[in-house]
Write a protein that binds this ligand. Structure first.
Ligand code: AMP
Length: 431
């Protein structure tokens, strides 16, 4: 089974896609039996040198879909010279977050181990000097977050004049995070005769506009329908009173003997509070968000991967790009403002063909957010009341305060006729 769980009638083999023997060897060593849909479509097109606009979410195998053919295209430049001039930046991969940058850079190193091309990753929040040194020695493939890259260009450590291939990974998230001006400045530094690959989880109007302005005659690849959740993820809603969510989460983790649980909150403050509550109540937890130093985030992630930390609490922004394989449990401690984020969140489980559980603890204030998610999914999410955590019939909805510009946020307690005052479980379908 492929990472997205999809099977086709006559699957193509990696050998059919035009990759060179070196790369096919790597693929085999990685144990990939067949290409995923995005790999099947993208690899031959990227090898041809054409521009690509791809809608593919994390977990679809998109990183290999661009990295493998790029390595093949750049192989002609591979050399072992010590001269930095022989190793100009030829491929630039831009990502929204440090975590995604590190993950992509790891993949480049892994897939490129039989090719004499140098790669490096640069992101903010860590000292500049080591990155300057590494870039000055010369690298062919550079993975970067936009702000730090511009700092390095300003320091004359990065020269982008010879970039032949530009990849924008998770472009929708880069736009959401306000990177558009930085991206424009970076584009101004690149030659226009280049190959550009734009990967995005969704094709919003902004993405289409960006694609229209930077891609030349692109091939469009769409592998998962807008707003589709992976089929091998079991989704469940637990209706619960707002002040009992912590207890219910602790109960589910302990009773279910859950390990490696990724929990989402809407805010950094909620993430920190929840992690320390769980920790104080016997469940080893830590929060990961952008206020924490990069070294702390990396340490937390490593401890989580080793199983020393049972629960990792994250905000949507911090979780983007976290590559944790076979993550069995994702919990929405709070539903996101934006229904698309729900799909991203639960895409953290059920990866690489494994099945996963995505559980949402929903209080009455979140009834409208739940409706928004179900509207996007075009189906109701099953729900279950946990014994001992039955929501009180008297709890009144309190309006949620959405941050400015939050998409999909809607106040709940508007009038009785629009469903306010009902238990959110009712919105989840009948059982
Ligand atoms: P990505 O969507 O790039 O984050 O990849 C998701 C996961 O799928 C990664 O852990 C990859 O190692 C894995 N993967 C990528 N391509 C394949 C493949 N063809 N077969 C099996 N696993 C794959």
């Amino acid at each position: 089974m492929r990472p997205d769980g999809e099977n086709t009638e006559t699957p193509l083999r990696f050998e059919d896609l035009g990759l060179s023997a070196d790369l096919l060897r790597t693929v085999e060593e990685e144990g990939y039996e067949e290409p995923t849909p995005v790999q099947e479509r993208a690899i031959p097109i990227v090898l041809e040198g054409r521009d690509v606009l791809a809608a593919a979410q994390t977990g679809t195998g998109k990183t290999a879909a661009f990295t493998l053919p790029i390595l093949d295209r750049l192989k002609a430049h591979a050399n072992t010279s010590f001269s930095p001039a022989r190793h100009p930046v030829r491929c630039l991969v831009l990502t929204p977050t440090r975590e995604l940058a590190m993950q992509v850079a790891d993949s480049v190193k892994t897939y490129g181990r039989h090719v004499a091309l140098r790669s490096a990753v640069v992101y903010g929040g860590v000292p500049l000097d080591p990155q300057i040194k590494e870039l000055l020695a010369g690298v062919e493939i550079l993975v970067a977050t936009p702000g730090r890259l511009l700092d390095l260009v300003g320091q004359r450590a990065a020269n982008l004049a010879q970039v032949e291939i530009l990849v924008l990974d998770e472009a929708d998230r880069m736009l959401d995070m306000g990177f558009m001006p930085d991206i424009r400045r970076i584009l101004d530094l690149l030659i226009s005769r280049r190959q550009t690959l734009l990967f995005s989880a969704t094709f919003s109007d902004d993405i289409k506009r960006l694609a229209g302005s930077i891609l030349r005659d692109p091939v469009t690849i769409e592998v998962a329908r807008h707003g589709t959740a992976a089929e091998n993820v079991r989704q469940l809603v637990y209706p619960v009173d707002r002040e009992r969510k912590e207890e219910l989460l602790r109960h589910l983790v302990i009773e279910g003997d859950w390990h490696q649980v990724l929990v989402f909150t809407r805010t950094k403050l909620a993430a920190s509070r929840l992690a320390s509550w769980l920790d104080r109540h016997g469940v080893a937890s830590t929060a990961i968000h952008s206020d924490r130093a990069q070294s702390d985030r990396t340490k937390a992630l490593e401890a989580f991967k080793r199983g020393e930390i049972r629960v990792l609490v994250a905000t949507d922004v911090a979780a983007r790009g976290l590559d944790i394989e076979d993550l069995p449990h994702v919990v929405n401690f709070e539903l996101p403002w934006n229904p698309e984020d729900y799909v991203h969140r639960i895409g953290r489980t059920g990866r690489a063909g494994a099945t996963g559980d995505a559980v949402s603890l929903v209080c009455i204030d979140e009834a409208d957010l739940l409706r928004g998610v179900q509207r996007l999914l075009q189906h109701a999410i099953p729900w279950e009341v946990e014994e001992g955590f039955e929501p009180s019939p008297h709890q009144q909805a309190r309006p949620l305060r959405a941050p400015r510009g939050a998409a999909g946020a809607a106040p709940v307690a508007r009038s009785r006729s629009n469903g306010a005052g009902r238990r959110p479980a009712r919105a989840g379908g009948r059982r």
